[in-house]
Design a protein. Structure first.
Length: 177
């Protein structure tokens, strides 16, 4: 029996590509913001892979130490994207703020857009269920980009919390050929 194997976030991206917010797109990213931060997606119609797998969560983002003296939760980097903006970081911070979370997410999303030039950015995961957070990120990314380049849409997953499971089904279907 053929077997399909990939990361959880690539599975979610695959589900969104087959049935959700990325139908018909060749290049997009799916960023999940939950316990950690993961990233996956497609470039030219193929799931992103490389030496290992994309590690969006460990990108470095500017840390505003004056506004946010929190050192971060990443055991490797402290204040990387995941260390500052994951659900674990929000829980560990004395006073989590939706505005601060949106700032870090917008900085990370802008890094991904700058490096991969996706047609769309899909932001999923439990943290993104925070009311108003997606809208704050959508507002802040263009401000940070400062008109330098065209920006993709930044959207929630059309499949919601089912993106990963449905993507796993699609991965199995593809393995069967």
């Amino acid at each position: 029996m053929p077997v399909g194997f990939d990361t959880d976030v690539n599975a979610a991206a695959l589900g969104e590509h087959r049935w959700g917010a990325a139908v018909g797109l060749e290049t997009f990213v799916y960023i999940t913001v939950g316990t950690g931060i993961g990233g996956g997606g497609m470039a030219n119609g193929r799931l992103l892979h490389g030496l290992a797998h994309p590690e969006f969560g460990h990108m470095r983002v500017p840390h505003d130490w004056e506004r946010d003296p929190f050192s971060g939760v990443c055991p490797y980097h402290g204040d990387c994207f995941e260390g500052l903006a994951s659900g674990e970081a929000m829980k560990a911070r004395a006073k989590p703020s939706v505005e601060l979370e949106a700032e870090y997410l917008a900085l990370g999303v802008l890094n991904v857009i700058s490096a991969l030039s996706p047609q769309r950015v899909i932001l999923g995961g439990g943290v993104m269920n925070e009311p108003g957070l997606l809208e704050l990120v959508q507002q802040r990314v263009p401000e940070l980009a400062a008109g330098y380049f065209e920006l993709p849409d930044i959207v929630a997953p059309a499949l919601g919390d089912r993106a990963g499971v449905l993507g796993a089904i699609e991965l199995a279907r593809l393995a069967l050929g």
